[in-house]
Design a protein around this ligand. Structure first.
Ligand code: GAL
Length: 413
C-alpha cells in the first residue's frame, strides 16, 4: 500500500515537472503600456529586444491596451487593480499622474535601485525631484517627450507659398487662413478631447507665458482670469481651421490627414516624429508652437513595480534595462523622445531628436496636463469632459468655468 502511494506521488510530481516546494519562479514579465502601433510599438519592440539580451531566462509578455495617451489603458489598469490582478510593471507618467498610484498604494518603492544602479548620477536633478514623493522614488523614467511641437507637411504648405515657421500666433493664424484660401479644407489636423487639451495648453503657454502657465496647475494662476479668456478665444480660432470630425479621431488618425496632404499642420507630442517616420513620411517639418519661445513642455514615461507583482526578479531586470544607457538609446531612437539619462550620445538620433536634446538643456520646462506631469488622472478626466462638451457646440464661458472648477477641485495641497 505504502509503495503504491509513493509511486503515485512520484508520478504526480513528475507529471507537474517539479514538486510543489521547488516550483520554478515565474519567468514572464507582463509589461502594461498603450504602445500598440506605429512608432510607439517600434519603441517598445526595441526595448523588448534589449530586455531579451539583458535578462536571460525572462520572457516579455505584452499587456498593451491600444488608445493614444492611455485613454483605454488607464481604465483597464484601474479595473485590474480593483481585481487585485496587476501587471508586473506598467507605464505611468512622471509627476501628478504617478502620485495617483503612489497614494493608492499600487506601486513599490524603487529608491534602493536608484542607488544600486547609479541613477542619481545620470538623471537630471529636476526630474529626480519630480519623481520623488515624501523622500522615495516609485518609478524609473524611460524618456523625455516634448508636447508643444507643430508637425508640418512641407508640400502642402508650399501650395500656399509657406516656407518658414510663423513667428507668432497671429502669423500662424494667417498661415492657416492662407492654406484654407489655397483649397486645403482642414489646414490644422485635430483629434479627440485630449489632443484638443494639448492644443489649448500650447495656446495657454503662448498667452500666459511659461511661469503663469505652470501656475495654473499649482493654484498660483487663476483659471478665471482674462488671459485664460483670451487663450480660449485663440483656441476657438484654431479649432475653426481644423477638421470637423475631430472628436472621432485618435491622434494617429488625425496625423493621417497630415501624411495624406489633407492638412498642413498638427500640434502633437514628439512621438509623432517616430510615427511619421514609421509610416513612411520622414520628410515632415516641425517647429515649437508659435509664441511658446524657449518653453519645453515636458512629460516622461516611466515604469513601475506593481504592488503584488508576480515576478519581482524579472521586473527588476526590466526596470534595469529601461533605465540603462543602452536601453534608453535603442528605445528613444525608435520612439521619438529623448533619453531621460544625460549620458546617452546624440549620434544615432534623428535631426529632430538632436534639436530636442539641445533644447532640453537650455529651455524653460513646463508640465503637461494631458500627459500627467501637471495633472492627476481625475483632473484630466474633468478637463477632457469639459472640452468634449465645448467641441460639440458648448460656449467659451462654460468651458472656462469648468476648467476653473476642475482646478479648485483637483489641485493638491
Ligand atoms: C503619451 C505618452 C507617449 C505617447 C502618447 C501617445 O501619454 O507619454 O509615450 O504614447 O501618449 O499615445
Amino acid at each position: 500500500m505504502v509503495a503504491v502511494l509513493a509511486a503515485a506521488a512520484l508520478l504526480t510530481a513528475s507529471a507537474c515537472g517539479a514538486r510543489n516546494d521547488d516550483v520554478p519562479p515565474p519567468s514572464t514579465v507582463e509589461v502594461f503600456t498603450w504602445w500598440a502601433e506605429g512608432g510607439e510599438k517600434a519603441g517598445l519592440d526595441a526595448l523588448v529586444t534589449r530586455f531579451g539580451a539583458d535578462c536571460p531566462g525572462q520572457r516579455f509578455e505584452n499587456g498593451a491596451v491600444a488608445g493614444g495617451a492611455g485613454v483605454n489603458a488607464k481604465q483597464a489598469l484601474t479595473d485590474r487593480m480593483i481585481r487585485h490582478d496587476p501587471p508586473d510593471t506598467f507605464q505611468a507618467h512622471a509627476g501628478a499622474e504617478l502620485l495617483d498610484y503612489i497614494d493608492a498604494g499600487q506601486v513599490e518603492d524603487l529608491t534602493a535601485y536608484y542607488t544600486a544602479w547609479g541613477l542619481r548620477d545620470v538623471l537630471p536633478a529636476g526630474l529626480i525631484d519630480d519623481l520623488t514623493v515624501r523622500g522615495k522614488i516609485y518609478s524609473v523614467p524611460a524618456n523625455i517627450h516634448r508636447a508643444n511641437v507643430v508637425w508640418t507637411n512641407p508640400a502642402v504648405l508650399a501650395r500656399a507659398g509657406i516656407t518658414a515657421p510663423p513667428k507668432d500666433l497671429p502669423a500662424f493664424i494667417d498661415d492657416l487662413a492662407a492654406l484654407k484660401a489655397a483649397g486645403v479644407e482642414a489646414p490644422l489636423a485635430i483629434g479627440r478631447d485630449w489632443t484638443q487639451l494639448m492644443l489649448l495648453e500650447a495656446v495657454l503657454i503662448t498667452d500666459l507665458g511659461p511661469e503663469r502657465f505652470a501656475g495654473l496647475f499649482t493654484g498660483k494662476t487663476d483659471w478665471r482670469g482674462a488671459p485664460v479668456t483670451a487663450a480660449i478665444g485663440d483656441f476657438a480660432a484654431l479649432l475653426g481651421y481644423g477638421n470637423l470630425d475631430r472628436d472621432t479621431l485618435d491622434w494617429p488618425q488625425a496625423e493621417r490627414l497630415l501624411i495624406d496632404g489633407k492638412a498642413g499642420y498638427q500640434l502633437m507630442g514628439d512621438w509623432a516624429a517616430a510615427d511619421l517616420t514609421a509610416k513612411g513620411f520622414p520628410g515632415y517639418g516641425w517647429f515649437t508652437f508659435p509664441g511658446n519661445g524657449k518653453t519645453f513642455q515636458w512629460l516622461a514615461d516611466s515604469f513601475t513595480l506593481s504592488t503584488g507583482a508576480a515576478n519581482i526578479t524579472g521586473t527588476e531586470c526590466w526596470l534595469k534595462t529601461v533605465s540603462s544607457e543602452a536601453g534608453q538609446q535603442v528605445f528613444n531612437a525608435a520612439k521619438g523622445s529623448i533619453p531621460a539619462r544625460t549620458d546617452v550620445a546624440a549620434a544615432g538620433f534623428s535631426p529632430y531628436q538632436q534639436s530636442a536634446m539641445a533644447d532640453w538643456k537650455t529651455a524653460v520646462p513646463v508640465p503637461s496636463c494631458a500627459h500627467g506631469s501637471g495633472c492627476s488622472q481625475a483632473w484630466q478626466s474633468a478637463v477632457n469632459a469639459a472640452l468634449r462638451a465645448y467641441s460639440i457646440g458648448g460656449d467659451p464661458k462654460t468651458l472656462q468655468a469648468e476648467l476653473a472648477q476642475a482646478a479648485v477641485q483637483f489641485i493638491r495641497a
